[in-house]
Ligand binder design. Structure first.
Ligand code: 5GP
Ligand code: ZN
Length: 132
C-alpha cells in the first residue's frame, strides 16, 4: 500500500517527531497553520475515523500528551484538535490523523484559526520543542 503517513511512521520519509509511543506518532506538519501545528497518527494504518471510530480512542492518550507538550513548550494559550474524514471534509492523506494546532492570543477565535501564520521556521519550532 502506498501511504505517506505509513512511510513517515516507518521512518522512510523524514519528519520532525514531537511525540511517540507504542500506538501513535506525532510530527510537525510540513505546512503549518500556526506555530507548532502537529499531525498525530496511529502507527497502524486506519483510513479515517469514519472507517474505524475506535481508532481515535487508541490514540487519545497520545493526543493528551502531545497537546500538553505543545502548549507548555511553545507558550501557547490554547489548542485546536481537528480530524478531517473524507475528501469532502478536506482530508488529503487517507491515514487517520488528528491536527493539533496551538493557538496564540494575536489571532484568537475560530476566525483566527483560518488566518495562517506566514514564515514559520519549522527547525526553530522543532528545536524549541525538543529542547523543552
Ligand atoms: P489533511 O488535509 O489530510 O487533514 O491533512 C494532511 C496534512 O498533512 C496537511 O496539513 C499537510 O500539510 C500535511 N502533510 C502532507 N505531506 C506531509 C509530509 O510529507 N510531511 C509532513 N510533516 N506533513 C505533511
Ligand atoms: Zn497509512
Amino acid at each position: 500500500m502506498d501511504c505517506l503517513f505509513c512511510a513517515i511512521v516507518a521512518g522512510d520519509i523524514p519528519s520532525r517527531g514531537v511525540y511517540a509511543d507504542d500506538t501513535a506518532y506525532a510530527f510537525l506538519d510540513i505546512n503549518p497553520w500556526h506555530r507548532g501545528h502537529t499531525v498525530l497518527v496511529p502507527r497502524r494504518h486506519v483510513a479515517d475515523l469514519l472507517e474505524q471510530p475506535e481508532g481515535l480512542g487508541e490514540i487519545a492518550p497520545a493526543i493528551n500528551a502531545t497537546g500538553r507538550l505543545l502548549v507548555d513548550r511553545l507558550g501557547a494559550q490554547g489548542l485546536n484538535l481537528l480530524s478531517n474524514a473524507g475528501a469532502v471534509a478536506g482530508q488529503e492523506v487517507f491515514h487517520l490523523h488528528v491536527h493539533l494546532i496551538p493557538r496564540y492570543a494575536d489571532r484568537p477565535g475560530m476566525a483566527g484559526l483560518m488566518q495562517r501564520e506566514s514564515d514559520i521556521d519549522l527547525d526553530e519550532v522543532y528545536r524549541q520543542l525538543v529542547a523543552g
